[in-house]
Design a protein around this ligand. Structure first.
Ligand code: ATP
Ligand code: MG
Length: 317
């Protein structure tokens, strides 16, 4: 077996959220004992409703946030203790909002050059060469490289963010809702670009979206998150053909409603909103599960291995 691009073991993250001066802080468990690995060259899609812990997971894998417990290995090396610059050469982010993640006072080519400049010891000639290479890879012209972010469209700005992520030629890119802030017509272009880059450069992606329809076309495997846990993880094709967890089914149904891709899906699971500060006992999904029975409320389900993945549900065994 070759070394996985990403491996996380028992990853957990808690927050203490203040509720004002006199109330005790809320203890939020955003990511709860999550383990998985992503083979080099593949794409793991991560889906789930707002607040289920996707961004928290992504930030820990990027080394931007300390886990409360557990560990992250990138290309077989532990993230904690890894030199910041070495980490940047291995793994890079593309975030949702190209409007806030790009410095408005800098020209596009300087934004793209930034990770390279931060490495130190790189000649101006090399920087120019690598920036030109990155611009070309994402389909931007040299002229567009001289503009400011405000002079570009949303899709072009996201191309800048991707070019910046690629300038160090990393092996792994973590995409957190990379198309959610874009018009539907532009979303497909960015998804195609990401797919093309992965093929050409042999990249590994962790690809986060609240929308299953978005990950369907890019992911080799899909992990479904619910209240901080991965409740189902399957090969992409199997998940869409034969979802095993009731939550996955609900997410899939929501994708089939008109105008998928717009906003957060209505998962059709009633009015009970999941609250990571108040995780139900037993199976954390049971208050919303249409077919849940007594054991669901009493004991947490074990992870069941399937031929093509894993599921954590009493009903799926
Ligand atoms: N810095 C923080 N301080 C306190 N609570 C936080 C912090 N960051 C995240 N949380 C909480 O952790 C939980 C998971 O948040 P996270 O942003 O990871 O979810 P998400 O799945 O990315 O949601 P979305 O789809 O809206 O981006 C939420 O309840 C959130 O309020
Ligand atoms: Mg998020």
């Amino acid at each position: 077996m070759s070394t996985p691009a990403i491996e996380v073991r028992g990853l957990r993250r808690e927050f203490r959220a203040s509720q004002g001066l006199f109330a005790p802080p809320r203890r939020v468990i955003a990511v709860d004992d999550v383990s998985f690995s992503v083979p080099a060259g593949s794409v793991l899609g991560v889906v789930g409703e707002s607040g289920c812990g996707k961004t928290t997971l992504a930030r820990m894998i990027l080394g931007l946030m300390e886990p409360s417990a557990g560990e992250v290995l990138v290309d077989g090396k532990r993230l904690d203790g890894m030199d910041r610059r070495a980490r940047a050469r291995l793994i890079q982010p593309v975030f949702q909002d190209p409007f806030s993640s790009l410095n408005p006072r800098r020209r596009v080519r300087d934004i793209i050059a930034m990770p390279l400049v931060a490495q130190g010891n790189v000649t101006t000639l090399e920087i120019d060469r690598r920036v030109a290479e990155s611009l070309e890879r994402v389909g931007l012209s040299t002229e567009q490289g001289t503009r400011f972010p405000s002079q570009l469209s949303g899709g072009q700005r996201q191309r800048v963010a991707i070019a910046r992520a690629l300038v160090l030629r990393p092996r792994i890119v973590v995409c957190d809702e990379p198309t959610s802030a874009l018009d539907v017509s532009v979303q497909a272009q960015i998804l195609n670009l990401l797919a093309e880059l992965r093929r050409d450069l042999g990249l590994t992606y962790l690809f986060i979206s609240h929308n299953l329809a978005v990950v369907e076309h890019v992911a080799s495997e899909v992990a479904v998150m619910y209240l901080g846990r991965i409740v189902e993880r399957r090969e992409s094709e199997a998940l869409f053909r034969d979802p095993r967890h009731p939550y996955t089914r609900a997410l899939l149904d929501s994708v089939l409603t008109p105008e998928p891709g717009l906003g957060v899906p209505d998962v059709g699971l009633g009015d009970i909103m999941p609250d990571p500060a108040n995780i139900p006992p037993g199976c954390r999904f049971h208050p919303r599960g249409p077919a849940c029975f007594a054991p669901c409320a009493a004991t947490a389900p074990r992870i069941t291995s399937l031929e093509d993945g894993l599921v954590e549900c009493h009903l799926a065994g």
